[in-house]
Design a protein around this ligand. Structure first.
Ligand code: NAD
Ligand code: UDP
Length: 311
C-alpha cells in the first residue's frame, strides 16, 4: 500500500506515519512545517518514506500511485489557528479540495481528519455524530470550526457526486509524545510549565471539561477506518471526561511539581463541555480507547522530560 499523509510532520501525522511504516507500507509525507517539527520525522528514512515539503493549498501532483490519502494538514492548536487564521481557513477549504482531487485522480480512499470542534459549544453531552452543533461563523474560533465544517461538506459532496471512497473522523482532544513544547494546548502547556516549576494558567474557572484520548488509540482508529466501507462521520475520542482544573492538578501531582495554579480571563467562545459518544466507533470499527488518562499522561510527561532536558 502507498499512503499520502498531509500534515505528516505534526503531532498526530507523525505517529500515523510511524504506524504505517511499521506495517511495511510506503508513505509520502506532505507538510509545510507551519506547526509541525522536522524532529518528528527524524527516525524515518529509506526507500519506504518520502518527504514533500509543500503547502497543501498549492496545486498537488504526485507521480506515484496512491492508495489512501490521509488529509491532516491544518493548524490544530487554538494559539496556532488564532495566529494563522487565514492559513487555517485555506487548509480546510482549498487544501481539502486539492487533497480530494488527488484522491480522485488516484481512485484512492480519502480520509479527512475532522474535529469535535465542528460541534462548537455543544448544548448536549455526550456528543454523537447526529448533533449539528452550535457555531457562530463570525466569532474568531470559527476559522477552525468552519474550515472543518467546509472540509466535511466538500468531502461528502465528492462522495455523492463522484463516488469517491471517503472517510471522516471527528477527533476529540488527543495528546501524547511529539506535541510541540510550545503547542499551547492544555496538556503540553501544563506539562511544560509544571516541569519548569512555573504557574499553570487556567482560562476561566476551570470547570469547563474535555475528554482526552491518548495518541496510540487514535492512530489505531485511523488505520482501521479505511479498511471498511463507511463514509459517515465517526467520533474518535476517549469518553473519560475531566474538568480543566482537575487536569491541571493531576499534571502537577504526576510531575511532582511545586507549580501553583492560577485563574485568568476565559478565552473567547471556549466550549464548556466536550465528551464523545463513541457508540458508532465501537459498532463499526470494534474500536474503543485502551489507555487511561493517568497512564497516557505519564508517558507524555516522560517524553517531555526528554525533550525539555534538565532544568
Ligand atoms: P499539528 O499542528 O501538530 O499538525 C498539523 C500539521 O499540518 C503540521 O505538521 C503542519 O506543519 C501541517 N500543516 C498545516 N498547514 C499546512 C498546509 N497548508 N500545508 C501543508 N502542511 C500543513 O496538529 P495535530 O494535533 O497533529 O492535528 C492533525 C490533524 O488532526 C488536524 O487536521 C487537526 O485539525 C486534527 N485534529 C487534531 C486534534 C488533536 O487533539 N490533536 C483534535 C481534533 C482534530
Ligand atoms: N486551557 C487552559 N490553560 C492552558 C491551555 C488551555 O486553561 O494553558 C483551557 C482552554 O481554555 C480550554 C481547555 O483548557 O478550555 C482545553 O484547551 P485545549 O487548547 O487543550 O483544547 P481545545 O480548547 O481545542 O479543546
Amino acid at each position: 500500500m502507498k499512503y499520502l499523509v498531509t500534515g505528516g510532520a505534526g503531532f498526530i501525522g507523525s505517529h500515523l506515519v510511524e504506524k504505517l511504516l511499521s506495517s511495511g507500507d510506503k508513505v509520502i509525507c506532505l507538510d509545510n512545517f507551519s506547526t509541525g517539527e522536522r524532529g518528528n520525522l527524524k527516525d524515518f528514512g529509506g526507500s519506504s518514506f518520502k518527504l514533500i515539503e509543500k503547502d497543501v493549498t498549492q496545486p498537488l501532483s504526485i507521480a506515484e500511485k496512491i492508495d489512501v490519502v490521509y488529509h491532516l494538514a491544518s493548524p490544530a492548536s487554538p494559539p496556532d489557528y488564532f495566529k494563522l487564521p487565514v492559513e487555517t481557513l485555506m487548509a480546510g477549504s482549498l487544501g481539502t479540495y486539492n487533497a480530494l482531487n488527488l484522491a480522485l485522480e488516484n481512485k484512492a480512499v480519502f480520509f479527512l481528519s475532522s474535529t469535535s470542534e465542528i460541534y462548537g459549544d455543544p448544548s448536549i453531552s455526550p456528543q454523537n455524530e447526529d448533533l449539528c452543533g452550535y457555531v457562530n461563523p463570525i466569532w474568531p474560533r470559527s476559522v477552525y470550526e468552519v474550515s472543518k465544517r467546509f472540509a466535511e461538506s466538500i468531502t461528502m459532496t465528492y462522495n455523492r457526486k463522484y463516488g469517491l471512497k471517503t472517510r471522516i473522523v471527528r477527533i476529540f482532544n488527543t495528546y501524547g509524545p511529539n506535541m510541540r513544547i510550545e503547542d499551547g494546548r492544555s496538556i503540553p502547556n501544563f506539562i511544560k510549565l509544571a516541569l519548569q516549576g512555573k504557574d499553570l494558567k487556567i482560562y476561566g474557572d476551570g470547570n469547563q471539561t474535555r475528554s482526552f484520548c491518548y495518541i496510540d488509540d487514535v492512530v489505531e482508529a485511523f488505520v482501521k477506518l479505511p479498511r471498511i466501507e463507511y463514509s459517515q462521520p465517526v467520533n474518535i475520542g476517549n469518553p473519560e471526561e475531566i474538568s480543566i482544573f482537575d487536569l491541571a492538578k493531576t499534571v502537577v501531582k504526576l510531575t511532582g511539581s511545586k507549580s501553583t495554579i492560577t485563574f485568568h480571563r476565559p478565552l473567547d467562545n471556549d466550549p464548556k463541555i466536550r465528551k464523545p459518544d463513541i457508540s458508532r466507533a465501537k459498532k463499526i470499527l470494534e474500536w474503543e480507547p485502551t489507555v487511561g488518562l493517568k497512564q497516557g499522561l505519564e508517558k507524555t510527561v516522560e517524553s517531555f522530560k526528554r525533550k525539555i532536558g534538565p532544568l
